[in-house]
Design a protein around this ligand. Structure first.
Ligand SMILES: NC(=O)c1ccc[n+]([C@@H]2O[C@H](COP(=O)([O-])OP(=O)(O)OC[C@H]3O[C@@H](n4cnc5c(N)ncnc54)[C@H](O)[C@@H]3O)[C@@H](O)[C@H]2O)c1
Length: 333
């Protein structure tokens, strides 16, 4: 039996954002119904290299599929012309343990991260969205942008701020060419927040990026960047007053947007309104009024990776042309 080796170009040929959002939404639904096994993420810090590594596993019996992802985050990598985040996924047949595929996890991580932001917007943001903002214009920002246009296709304006201006310019080009909308490059973070109905933050920041006073009523935040202890993008005062939705308490309180305020005693478990699975399954309510501020804290969960990789694997099995050209490896040889 062969294990498939699936690279980014193959994934890009079969996986669109709409189908990724559908898969990730279904996985959040199953998680909300307690039908997913997911041990807490393993984490190691490469202190000398300003980097880290995580190992993340999940088992979704309904499909049935299991798998694990090894991923690294090195915020200095853009200076080396390398991605900040790199990852590899092994997809496992839970019935016999066979490794079905080894899949590029870098692209899947971006897709599933954008998709989770899309699911959060679908359930938590206001319906009428004209203007969206981005703080941080890297890899995750692009997939978040794609997801925003799937769930709120009538967006007219995009504002962006990045501490590295060339990155904001590349994002602007991508956005204009793909969606033909107005893009404003902002010189100050606050200007990329005020007046937006959705704001996506995806930086490696370790301190709040802006103050509550610049937030317009009704804004939905996707807080994506914090995925390790000590990382933080939003001010605790925004989190405390918002309808606060996390992806998972154990992961979010260790590594997500809430990790710093929870450890500082500035935020308590009672301040969390729901997790996204509870919102998707209708067990809990999100936004109550047009003026509510809503926040989705995405620490990033293993089942998002596994469900996305499973989707890709199945799409590739159905595509004879791509399947026949794939590299395969027989580990038993
Ligand atoms: N929650 C999740 O599921 C998830 C998934 C993937 C990545 N992440 C995290 O998201 C963050 C971004 O990942 P990426 O792959 O897009 O990285 P990236 O390096 O491609 O992009 C990050 C961008 O943020 C900019 N930036 C850094 N500090 C900033 C600041 N203070 N203000 C404005 N811009 C700033 C950088 O210049 C860069 O362009 C990382 O912290 C990563 O660990 C989270």
């Amino acid at each position: 039996m062969d294990t498939l080796l699936i690279k980014k170009a193959d994934i890009a040929k079969v996986l669109g954002m709409q189908s990724c959002i559908d898969a990730v939404e279904e996985a959040f639904r199953l998680y909300g119904q307690k039908k997913v096994q997911m041990p807490i993420m393993g984490y190691m810090s490469f202190d000398n290299y300003n980097g880290d590594m995580r190992s993340m596993s999940a088992y979704i019996p309904d499909f049935p599929i299991a798998g694990t992802k090894a991923s690294t985050v090195h915020p200095d990598n853009p200076n080396r012309q390398m991605p900040t985040l790199m990852a590899t996924i092994i997809l496992i047949d839970p019935s016999n343990g066979f490794p079905l595929a080894i899949i590029d996890g870098t692209y899947i991580t971006s897709m599933r991260t954008g998709a989770a932001g899309g699911v959060a917007v679908k359930y938590l943001a206001n319906e009428k969205i004209d203007t969206i903002g981005f703080i941080g214009a890297g890899a995750q920002a692009r997939s978040l942008l794609d997801a925003m246009f799937v769930v709120r296709p009538k967006i007219k304006n995009v504002k962006v701020y990045d501490i590295r201006e060339p990155r904001a310019q590349e994002f602007e080009k991508y956005c204009r060419e793909k969606y033909n909308v107005e893009v404003q490059l902002e010189g100050r973070i606050a200007d990329a927040v005020t007046g937006c109905q959705i704001v996506n933050t995806s930086t490696a920041s370790r301190q709040p990026l802006f103050d509550k006073t610049v937030v317009s009523p009704g804004t939905h935040f996707n807080a994506i960047g914090a995925d390790a202890e000590g990382k933080q993008e939003l001010s605790p005062s925004i989190l405390r007053d918002a309808v606060l939705v996390i992806d998972d308490w154990l992961e979010a309180s260790h590594t997500g947007e809430i990790n710093v305020p929870v450890h500082m005693g500035e935020l308590k478990r009672e301040d969390i309104n729901a997790d996204l699975g509870e919102i998707v399954t209708g067990q809990k309510k999100g936004r109550q009024s047009e003026d509510d501020i809503t926040v989705f804290d995405s620490a990033g969960l293993a089942f998002q990776d596994i469900v996305t990789a499973w989707k890709v694997y199945n799409l590739i099995l159905k595509n004879e042309e791509i399947k026949s050209q794939l590299h395969k490896i027989n580990f038993a040889e």
